[in-house]
Design a protein around this ligand. Structure first.
Ligand code: RB5
Length: 154
């Protein structure tokens, strides 16, 4: 199924982002590239915010973020209400992240995961489907936690 996706990286993730961007296009998806566009040093939260807001606002269905470890991107993206960002280094976690957690942003670590595995992780995540049921109730509880601490700006 063709989807509209958002992608972003910092300098450490730039090369892998470029590879994943091409891979997503080859899979037939439309991809919005929020940068960065070189290996010049930048700050990952700036790009996490752009991709997370694109997903939250419904401009993109899902987002992919790449930094050195995939960790800082996930921490930053998860500050945006409605974002469920996960860092994956294996395909099992990648498909479970959608099946149980309905993760809407996937974070990859370019210094951790090679291009071949990263593609497999992206494919496993994109092709999985949220299973709903009991998992809906648990996600609703995560949203409740957000509401307890954040003033919704929508
Ligand atoms: C940049 O050196 C590095 O800290 C960043 O890419 C990322 O790994 C942070 O989590």
């Amino acid at each position: 199924m063709r989807m509209k996706l958002a992608i972003g990286s910092d300098h450490a993730g730039y090369r892998l982002k470029t590879e994943i961007l091409e891979f997503l296009k080859e899979m037939g998806h439309e991809v919005l590239d929020f940068g960065t566009h070189s290996e010049d040093s930048v700050d990952y939260p700036d790009f996490a915010l752009k991709v997370a807001e694109s997903v939250r606002d419904g401009e993109s269905e899902l987002g992919v973020l790449v930094c050195g470890t995939g960790l800082g991107m996930a921490i930053a993206a998860n500050k945006v209400p409605g974002i469920r960002a996960v860092t994956c280094t294996d395909t099992f976690s990648a498909h479970m992240a959608r099946e149980h957690n309905d993760a809407n942003v996937l974070c990859l670590g370019a210094r951790v995961t090679g291009g071949g595995l990263a593609r497999d992780i992206v494919k496993a995540w994109l092709e999985a489907r949220f299973q709903g049921g009991r998992h809906e109730r648990r996600l609703a509880k995560i949203t409740d936690i957000e509401r307890m601490y954040l003033k919704d700006r929508r």
